[in-house]
Design a protein around this ligand. Structure first.
Ligand SMILES: Cc1ncc(COP(=O)(O)O)c(C=O)c1O
Length: 394
């Protein structure tokens, strides 16, 4: 498809980005309309977005919130996860997953990942369950749906709640059902680099009316969802703005177009990488559809450093980086957990003693390749050819 001539042309182009926000005139106009209306607070646009996102995910109830971290915190709060409660999760994720557990004094218990899917290994969950375990937080990492069937079975057997971290998982589905429907509550992010964006932005989804009402109240200082100055519980201000909601609202109208391009990119990459032996892409379970948010191959040869490949790619005008090269329990904040204010009332484990070998291998040996919706097929071919040229030493 792409010969050396094409590759030379590519080199004359700008660096192929790993982050490229897919917004345009419709989003600009929508924000301007909100500004001109002078109604900047969460309102009409947020309500419209919620309806569209409910239809898109097939979930009954949606609450728009300021960001994905608020969404996770609300989910945990609505499920009464409090001081000393253990929540089982993965260390190979953005720190928000486990930080949100910490906010209410919950204790993140890290379970190793499956080396092929990069997601929490369901076979290892039961060994981590204690009488303090209250919930499991599977994270659909890089948009790859976790093995929810097994996780649901474990949760049912041990009477545990499930909070799905769907921050990276727009249009990730299992047997056609969108993620966020397999747990008690799902949390989404519309951060400015995600498949669908709002600048900052988030959504909490659930099929339980009772939980939805709790979330609606908690996100707005414990008010009756209809407003007013009666506060029935201690809550937060996790409302969004109608500027962010306006962007999310337009993104929902354009979701099919934006996501189709992402899926096409993912399929092309998977086809190209299928026949080589140097790198391992995330494996996707049967019936599972990945969101094609981030492509982060893992290097099979442990002696090859991601930094060398990243430098090589950059010298060939391809942007690349590592993402979670420091696992959540390895972060200084967790290694020094006694300095966290909740450690005054909660007995945290010594995270210095936690080890998840599969996650540690992935963390040290991955690099990210461009996956953005603006990519052309030729650019994908060029990225693949360049990566192969590195490994084949040509
Ligand atoms: C896996 C994961 N969980 C949670 C979050 C938090 O989302 P936000 O940045 O919108 O607070 C992110 C996002 O960026 C994420 O990638």
């Amino acid at each position: 498809m792409s010969d050396m001539g094409d590759m030379k042309d590519m080199k004359d182009m700008k660096e192929i980005p790993v982050v490229d926000v897919n917004i345009g005139e419709k989003e600009y106009e929508a924000v301007l309309k909100v500004l001109k209306s002078r109604y900047l607070i969460e309102g009409k646009n947020a309500r419209e977005f919620e309806q569209k996102f409910a239809a898109f995910t097939g979930t009954e109830f949606v609450s728009s919130v300021m960001n994905g971290t608020c969404a996770l915190h609300l989910a945990l709060s609505a499920l009464d996860i409090g001081p000393g409660d253990e929540v089982i999760t993965t260390p190979f994720t953005f720190i928000a997953s486990s930080n949100s557990i910490m906010f209410n004094g919950g204790i993140p218990i890290f379970v190793d990942v499956d080396p092929h899917t990069f997601n929490i290994d369901p076979q290892k969950i039961e060994a981590a369950i204690t009488d303090k375990t209250k919930a499991i937080m599977p994270v659909h990492i890089l948009g790859n749906p976790c093995d929810m069937k097994l996780i649901q079975e474990i949760a049912t057997k041990h009477d545990l709640k499930i909070i799905e971290d769907c921050a990276q998982a727009h249009d990730a589905r299992i047997g056609g059902t969108h993620v966020g429907n397999f747990g008690d509550i799902g949390a989404f992010s519309f951060y400015g680099t995600k498949n669908l964006v709002g600048g900052e932005g988030g959504a909490v989804v659930t099929n339980s009316e009772e939980l939805h009402e709790k979330i609606q109240s908690l996100k707005n200082h414990g008010r009756n969802p209809k407003g007013g100055y009666n506060h029935f519980q201690v809550g937060y201000n996790y409302r969004t703005t109608d500027m962010s909601a306006a962007i999310m609202n337009v993104q929902m109208d354009r979701a099919t177009e934006i996501l189709a391009r992402r899926h096409r990119n993912g399929e092309l990459y998977r086809k190209l990488f299928a026949e080589q032996e140097f790198l391992q892409l995330q494996s996707i379970l049967p019936e599972h559809q990945i969101s094609d948010y981030i492509l982060a191959p893992v290097i099979n040869d442990s002696k090859i450093l991601p930094s060398e490949i990243i430098t090589y790619l950059k010298s060939n005008h391809i942007s690349s980086r590592t993402i979670y090269s420091i696992l959540s329990y390895e972060q200084p904040a967790y290694q020094n957990i006694d300095q966290y204010l909740m450690a005054r009332v909660v007995d945290y484990p010594d995270y210095c003693n936690v080890h998840c070998p599969n996650a540690e291998y992935i963390a040290r040996h991955h690099f990210e390749l461009p996956m953005v919706s603006s990519l052309t097929d030729d650019q994908i071919q060029y990225v693949f050819d360049t990566v192969m040229a590195y490994f084949q030493g040509s």
